[in-house]
Ligand binder design. Structure first.
Ligand code: FPP
Length: 262
């Protein structure tokens, strides 16, 4: 079925890049950009591109399951996307609703824990209830954490975390003096997961667009010109190979051969 998220048997990996020996990111985050341009190139409405983008979502989930990636976070709808034409927003909402109805059981069967991150209060009750039900149903799964960011913004996440910390202080559960990076980190979305190792943006733009601002402090950034509906397993393999080539220093020094890093 075109656009279905249904997971198929793992396809053999393209032979182009052998990534079996590479160190994999534990957490991959993706800005799925380019659906509109993909549709325009085919003289079709933008919603056609979003629909086609579901196939790439399926490919990314399959890839992560196959390679033991622990967490995958997808930017599906930003706080700013409400500014888009009403019919496009409506089409996206319908697409999310249908995807939830169709895919949750299958994902659950594969051990996927689904979480929606963002301000869910803005969504229609029917959609919000389906999102909460999917989270509840899959919350004990631990093979892959699939986080779908909806009505999400990195600045919203920071403000929300600060507010939660302030409320904890007000309730007497947290001393204001105790607030530092580590205590504040607990109040952010995805606090229970490893930080984002690899941040991918498709569609040719090279910006973060208010995605996971806190969680990407030390992420490796990978930008691809490929439009999201065309971003397949081979593209992901290339991103992993690129990630494996990077030297992650976290502000420290590069290790010199024969010398342990202090
Ligand atoms: C950005 O491309 C994409 C979106 C705002 C929507 C992403 C949604 C999907 C891929 C649908 C499937 C998702 C799930 C989780 C079921 P754009 O519209 O900004 O493209 P453009 O830059 O070419 O205009």
């Amino acid at each position: 079925m075109e656009g279905s998220l249904t997971l198929s048997e793992p396809a053999p990996a393209p032979a182009e890049v052998d990534i079996s020996t590479l160190s994999f990111p534990r957490h991959v985050a993706i800005v799925m950009d380019g659906n509109g341009r993909w549709a325009r190139a085919r003289h079709r409405p933008r919603r056609f591109g979003h629909h086609a983008g579901q196939k790439a979502v399926r490919a990314a989930i399959e890839f992560c399951l196959r390679h033991g990636v622990r967490a995958l976070t997808l930017f599906a709808f930003s706080s700013e996307n409400w500014r888009r034409p009403k019919d496009e927003v409506g089409a996206l909402m319908e697409l999310f609703l249908k995807a939830l109805d169709r895919e949750v059981d299958e994902l659950h069967g594969h051990g996927v824990r689904i979480a929606f991150i963002g301000d869910l209060s803005a969504f229609a009750p029917a959609l919000r209830e389906r999102m909460l039900a999917a989270m509840e149903k899959t919350r004990r799964n631990d093979r892959l954490a699939l986080n779908v960011a909806v009505n999400y913004g990195g600045r919203w996440d920071i403000a929300h975390a600060a507010k939660q910390a302030a409320l904890a202080v007000q309730r007497g559960e947290l001393a204001a003096e105790a607030i530092d990076e580590h205590t504040l980190a607990r109040y952010f979305c995805l606090a229970d997961l490893p930080p984002v190792d690899l941040f991918i943006r498709t569609g040719g733009e090279q910006r973060i667009s208010n995605f996971l601002l806190w969680q990407t402090a030390y992420s490796e950034l990978c930008f691809s010109d490929v439009l999201w509906p065309d971003f397949d397993a081979a593209c992901l393999q290339r991103a992993i190979a690129e990630f494996a080539r990077r030297e992650r220093r976290y502000g420290g020094l590069a290790a010199t051969p024969g010398e342990a890093r202090r």
